[in-house]
Design a protein around this ligand. Sequence first.
Ligand SMILES: [Zn+2]
Length: 483
Amino acid sequence: MLCFIKNLLFILLFLVHCNFSSNVKYINLSKNYPDIKWNERTEEATKILSDLLKINTVRGNEIEAVKYIQAILNKEGIKNTLYFDPAFPKRPNLVAELPATTTNPKPGIILANHLDTVEFDSREWNIPPTSGQVANGKIYGRGAIDMKGMAVMELMAFLELKRSGVVRNRNFMFLSLADEESGSKLGGVYLTTKHPEIFKGYEYALNEGGVATRDIVIPKSTIFNIQYAEKGNIWIRAKAKGLSGHGSTPPKEYAILTLIKFFDEVRKLNNDIEITTETESFFYQLGTISNFPNSLFLKNAKNPIIKLLLTGTISNNRHLTAMTTNTKSITGIKTTEGEEGENVISGEAFGKMDIRTLPGLNQEMFIQKIEIIAKKYSIDIIITDKNTADFSPIDNAFFQTLASVSVSKFPNSTVTPFLSPGKTDNSYLRRVGIKSYGLIPAILYSEDIDTMHGKNENISIENLRLGSTIIFETLFEMNTFKN
Ligand SMILES: [Zn+2]
C-alpha cells in the first residue's frame, strides 16, 4: 500500500512538474591558455602567502601587508595607488591596475580582497597563528582562507596577465581593501563613497562570499557556491517599561514579559519559506549531482507539492533556512538588575534583535509592522542599522565563465547561485554598479570551513594553485572573447 502511494505521488509530481530548468548556464571555453609554469608559480604563491600570514593585520595594520604587495607590483612595473582616510594612514586600500593594451576596451574586471583578519587565541592553535608555517602541504595562519589566501590567488592571476604578455582587451584591477572585518568603514565604504571614480569603466568583480565545498550537503560532491546576493539587515534595540515588584506576586504584565512577547511576535512576521528564481536554481543545481528521487525533488523545489516536502529539510537546516526565510535572532536581553535578584521583577528591560531580510522584501513595510507590534506592547524601539538586500544578475558572461571554468576542473561538480546571509564588500561594490560575485575558489571540507575565524586556519598548497588557475583562466576567457 505504501509503495502504491509512493508511486502515485511520483506520477502526480511528474504531472504537475513545471519543467523548470536552472538559470545557471555554462559556456564553451576556448582553453587557449598560454603555457604557464604553474609549479613555479605555486612555489612563489606559497612564499607570498606565508610572508603575508606573518604580518599581523588583526583589525588594522593593513599598511604592512600592502607594502609587501606593493613591492611585488613595483618590481613588475604595475601602477598602483593607495587610498585611505587621512585620519587612518595605517589602514590603506590598494588599487593596482593593468590597463587594456587595445583601443576601445571592453568593461573592466576587478579582483577584490581584504587584508585585515579577525583575532585569534594562540593557545588554541597547534601552529602559531602568525608563523606562516608550511607543513603537510598546507600553509597555516590567521587569514589563510579569509582572505589572504584568495588575495594571493588573485595576485598570481593578475601578475600572469602581465607576465604572459597577452593582449589585454579589458582593464584589470587588483583591489585590496581594508577594514572588512569591522564593518568596512575605512575600506569598501570609504572607497565607494569617497572615490567612486576609481570604478569607472569596470563592470565585474570577483571577491569572497562563497566557497567551493566537497562532501558537504551531498556526499562526494564538489559544489562551487558562487555568491550573487546578500541578505539585507534590520537591527533593533528595544526597551520595555513596567511595574517593578516582588517575584512572588507578579503583575499580569511587566517589562521583561512584554519584551519577550514583542520579540516573539516579530519572529512570526513574514516567516514563510520563500523560493526565489535564484534559490530555485540553487536547489536545481544540487539536483544535477544527486541521485533519484532527490534529484527530482531538488530540481523542482518551487513546485507546490515538492516545496511542502522540502519544508522539513529546510527548516531542519539553519543554512538553508537562512537562504529561504527572513530570519530574526534575539541577540540580547537584560534588565537593570543584572545578574542578581531572582526574586526581583525589574521595571525596565532591554533587548536586541538582528533581522536578516531576503531580496525582494519591502523593508519599510516590514518596519511598519514591527512598529505596530511595539506600540501594542508600549515598547520603545530604535533601528540601529538597516541595509536592503543586494544582488547581481547571473545571466551574464562573467558568472557563466567563472562557473564553466570552475566545473571544468572536476567531474561531477556543479555551480550554485548562493545567497549569503552575511555581509561582504560585494554589497558596497554593487552600490557603485559593479556586478560582484563571491567565490574563494578553493575546495573546502567541513573541517576547513570551521577554521575560518576559528583555530588552525590553513589552506592547502593544492588549493592555492587551483584558485590561481581558476581565476587566471576566468580572466583569460573573459579577455579573449566575452562581452
Ligand atoms: Zn573575509
